[in-house]
Design a binder for this molecule. Structure first.
Ligand SMILES: Cc1cc2nc3c(=O)[nH]c(=O)nc-3n(C[C@H](O)[C@H](O)[C@H](O)COP(=O)(O)OP(=O)(O)OC[C@H]3O[C@@H](n4cnc5c(N)ncnc54)[C@H](O)[C@@H]3O)c2cc1C
Length: 371
């Protein structure tokens, strides 16, 4: 039986561990805290699932595939992990990112519709289409209960036979092995799925870590998912969704925050993040101009210069999986299948994920502008 040690029980490591255990691997999953612990990126209350990715179709296809994965996971767990509320993209120009996304989605037969800014009033109790050229409606997008989905995935992995070890693992240079509590553990493959901790374990990676503040605002019941959909203003780097589970309406910025250390960095949100989110909320949804913050969370992005992920073999059997760049939760079930195919030798990883020179570009997640 082939063996693998996966380090990191965020959604990427847990999904991979589950997938490998269910396809005949002997799997050990090492996590320094607990699956779903609040420092990990996967422990956000919610994460958005969308297929639109500008001109890119790789991530669009995988997101579509992952949508099925989330629905199946929910069925297995007997709870709704994916809320298909749909998503409205707020397009500021007729021929920008949203237009490119629509062309790709149409080519992939993924439903989307172009709407007039005034149509926003059909989706939100109160809406201002000021400055918008059109709306792009993606009906099969939605919101994942992320923290819960991570815990469920890790739980199913344990049920499938994965040995979950609570410890901090260290690399053994050049070997398909990990060091845990002074002891070396070997396996046919080791996958380091360590999120924002990855650059602390391996030198020279094209990954920087930024602090990201997430805000949820107290809103009347009418602003709840699924009646109120998810929304993204790509050019303003702003996004959110209606209330899920009474945590409040999410409205937050996707712009890169300041450099951050995920283990010891402060988990208090900054005053200017609150101000920015509240100001966007009030402009786009005037009835919510005075909505108070109900809940906030600090998370971190593990950013590569081009927002493409990292999947690379650095020594025989040793794989680094990271650099999710703030847009990797939604893909996890599909990514697990893809990475399993790489570990099984069915296909090589796409060059885009390699340890190559990365040219700074934007587009997979946000324009980088703040508006
Ligand atoms: C504010 C915010 C909003 C986001 N919004 C979206 C969204 O809407 N849609 C979307 O698709 N994605 C989104 N993302 C990105 C998404 O959350 C991440 O892509 C995803 O959670 C990455 O999962 P991961 O498993 O790689 O990392 P993590 O969840 O961070 O897990 C890494 C794990 O590795 C463990 N670990 C690290 N080092 C060691 C070690 N040496 N030994 C043992 N364990 C170790 C850590 O404890 C941690 O549990 C967002 C991210 C943030 C921060």
């Amino acid at each position: 039986m082939k063996s693998v040690i996966v380090v990191g029980a965020g959604i990427w490591g847990s999904s991979l561990a589950l997938r490998l255990a269910e396809t005949g691997w002997r799997v050990t999953l090492v996590e320094q805290h607990r699956p779903g612990h609040v420092r990990q990126a996967s422990a956000g209350e919610t994460r958005l699932l969308r297929c639109a990715h500008g001109t890119d179709d790789w991530y669009a296809r995988r997101a579509w595939e992952a949508r099925d994965g989330w629905r199946r996971l929910g069925e297995r767990a007997g709870e709704e992990l994916y809320l298909e509320a749909g998503m409205l993209w707020f397009a500021r120009t007729p021929d920008g990112w949203e237009h490119a996304s629509a062309q790709v989605l149409k080519g992939l037969d993924i439903e989307c519709r172009q709407l007039d800014p005034d149509d926003g009033a059909r989706f939100f109790p109160d809406f201002s289409g000021d400055g918008l050229s059109f709306l792009l409606w993606e009906p099969n997008a939605g919101v994942i209960r992320a923290r819960r989905a991570t815990q469920v995935t890790a739980g199913l992995a344990a049920y499938a036979g994965v040995r979950l070890v609570r410890a901090r693992a260290l690399p053994v240079p050049g070997e398909s092995a990990v060091l845990v509590d002074g002891e070396v553990h070997r396996a046919d493959r080791v996958v380091w799925a360590c999120g924002a901790w990855l650059p602390q374990l391996f030198d020279g990676l094209p990954i920087t870590v930024s602090k990201q503040d997430t805000l949820h605002f107290a809103v009347p019941l009418a602003w709840s998912v699924p009646e109120t959909p998810a929304w993204v203003d790509y050019d303003a780097s702003a996004y959110g969704h209606g209330d899920v589970d009474g945590v409040g309406m999410k409205a937050t910025s996707d712009a890169e925050g300041r450099p951050y250390e995920p283990e010891h960095g402060s988990r208090a949100v900054d005053a200017d993040s609150v101000e920015r989110a509240a100001s966007y909320l009030g402009r786009r949804f005037p009835a919510l101009a005075q909505a108070p913050v109900l809940f906030s969370q600090v998370c971190q992005y593990a950013l590569t210069p081009d927002a493409e992920w990292l999947l690379a073999e650095t020594a025989p059997g040793v794989w680094l999986l990271g650099g999710d760049s703030g847009h990797g939760f939604k893909h996890a079930p599909a990514l697990a299948g893809y990475v399993a195919g790489v570990l099984d030798g069915e296909h090589a990883p796409d060059e885009r994920f390699g340890l190559r020179e990365r040219v700074p570009t934007r587009g997979l997640r946000t324009s980088g502008q703040v508006g």
